[in-house]
Ligand binder design. Structure first.
Ligand code: PGA
Length: 251
């Protein structure tokens, strides 16, 4: 059966010493209070090696927030999937709405990134979600279906089984405006149906679908209680150990 997962997305926050301190704090908290779900932190590239050296990845998984769409070569400033994997990280967030919106990531580049991540043994946390206008004009199911189909449906069933999905309505990210638990459940059930149409019910039932967007200790339990919500991708609230642990303990 699918896993429940709480993953932090630190975005472009913390210096290396601050990040290492936060990672150690979360790691210690998880050793003291065993989580009832998998817990992961996705951190800036600069933080991967020093954080990997300080945490026990059997209690706290480590991931990057992006990787390049090429394996190696003349791509100044990019960080490849083999580089991320060589730090000891096991996860990578791909297709976050901030990457799609501000850095022009398309389904085409994301297919390359997903393939490279998988080739290098990284587990993609693949993000999808509609913007406010699409929520309001009622096209949100179509938008999310297209993101899933275009970004992932080139994969074999075996490879698709390695993907973690994160539904993040863009209007809820960093805005304090959370989707209601019912809105999240409706979308998650819809996504699972789309996966089932393509890969069958077993693959769909085994896919973890996380919710992201202003998830916090006060609303996590209600969201995670929904049958198709298998955890969260946590931005702002992952930057404070107590808040992050408050969300983890919602399971
Ligand atoms: P937020 O971000 O929790 O700060 O809304 C979530 C995300 O963008 O992954």
């Amino acid at each position: 059966m699918r896993k429940n997962i709480v993953a932090g997305n630190w975005k472009m926050n913390t210096t290396v010493p601050e990040g290492v301190a936060l990672a150690k704090e979360v790691n210690e908290a998880l050793k003291a209070n065993k989580a009832n779900c998998d817990v992961v932190i996705c951190v800036p590239f600069t933080h991967l090696c020093p954080v990997a050296a300080e945490i026990d990845q059997t209690v706290l998984g480590l991931g990057a927030e992006n990787c390049a769409d090429h394996k190696s070569g003349a791509y100044t400033g990019e960080v490849s999937a083999p580089m991320v994997a060589s730090t000891g990280a096991k996860y990578v967030i791909l297709g976050h709405s901030e990457r799609r919106q501000y850095y022009g990531e398309t389904s085409e580049t994301l297919r390359e990134k997903v393939a490279l991540a998988l080739e290098n043994g990284l587990k993609p946390i693949f993000c999808i979600g509609e913007v406010l206008e699409e929520r309001e004009n009622g096209t949100y199911n179509d938008v999310v279906r297209r993101q899933v189909e275009e970004g992932l449906f080139n994969l074999s069933a075996e490879d698709f089984g390695k993907i973690i999905l994160a539904y993040e309505p863009v209007w809820a990210i960093g805005t304090g405006k959370t989707a209601t638990a019912d809105q999240a459940e409706d979308m998650h059930a819809f996504i699972r149906g789309v996966i089932a149409e393509k890969y069958g019910k077993e693959v769909a039932d085994n896919t973890s679908i996380l919710y992201g967007g202003s998830c916090k200790p006060s609303n996590a339990a209600e969201l995670f209680a929904k049958p198709d919500v298998d955890g969260g991708l946590i931005g702002g609230a992952s930057l404070k150990c107590a808040d992050f642990m408050g969300i983890v303990s919602a399971f």
